[in-house]
Write a protein that binds this ligand. Sequence first.
Ligand code: GRG
Length: 326
Amino acid sequence: MSENMDKIKEYIESVIEGSLPEEEGHAKPVIEAMNYAVRGGGKRIRPLLMYLTYMSFCNDVSDETEQSGNNDNSTDNASEKRAGNNVSSIVEPFMAALEMIHCYSLVHDDILDNDDLRRGKPSCHKQYGKDMALLAGDGLLNYAYETAARAFTMKPGDIDVEKAFFVLTFKPGLYGMLGGQTADVYLTGKPVDENQLEYIYRNKTSALIECAMMIGAILAGLPQDLVDSLENVAYKVGMAFQVRDDILDIEGDEKLLGKTVGQDADNDKYTFARIHGLDESRKYVEDITKEALEILAEIGKEADSVNEEYFSLLTDVLKSLATRNM
Ligand code: GRG
């Protein structure tokens, strides 16, 4: 099968769009704010990494997702959608769920920092007010699990689905993103040491990237030792992603980024880039990305079967994150 990245991105958008709740009923105001926060503008890196990891290692052809319209969003029956009847591959509910969790974190983060812009649009609380944005974040977190739980009915009793669901509960939580964000908020305005900084970055940013690649690997049936190695790849990629984020907050283009730059300094955050400077930060991103790619290449040699086309796309995406401008 041959496909290009544009087609994959289109497919991911359709999976996310097809998983959003209908804007109806008494909860409509919050559903509108939830959908606003998810729709439009995001890079969709987490579902993309999950999908490319899954497709790189999945050798069960019957479970492969074709982007050819099997993901029919035409139904206007919300209960059918909730039952997952328009879902064609086991990885899809997890892809949509992880993007919802990521979007909830952005909504709440923007409230906390009182950021005006997100993805080139007014942030959720600027558009819908603080109360509704808070509820939209809560709603997205909850609906993410409702969405992922569809996988249980697609493959009843499947141990890999259970494992993947556990990873989806663990990585965004206390011992993952939420823990990292807590330390970040608690330590704002205070000088941080290397250990604290590593803890914050590993958790607030790497955790969801680890979540993406681990779930892709687990659902593809990779053995535990290779899932662990991919977790390490994702950890390193996540660290690079966050340091690149720091760099862009200093010298990035607001138009490309779709958000206000200079927020870290304004909020008195001691980021890697502020502590180490731009040159050292660039070198760190380059070095840790190289380490990640070396481990990924080893995984490619050790895995029983690898789809070379997807594996090479996965490698290219990870490489491109080190020099991203948005
Ligand atoms: C503090 C009230 C309160 C809530 C916290 C847990 C949480 C909400 C926030 C997580 C921390 C966070 C926002 C980390 C930033 C990670 C990061 C670099 C986000 C930007 O991701 P991109 O570049 O964004 O993938 P797009 O828009 O492309 O999806």
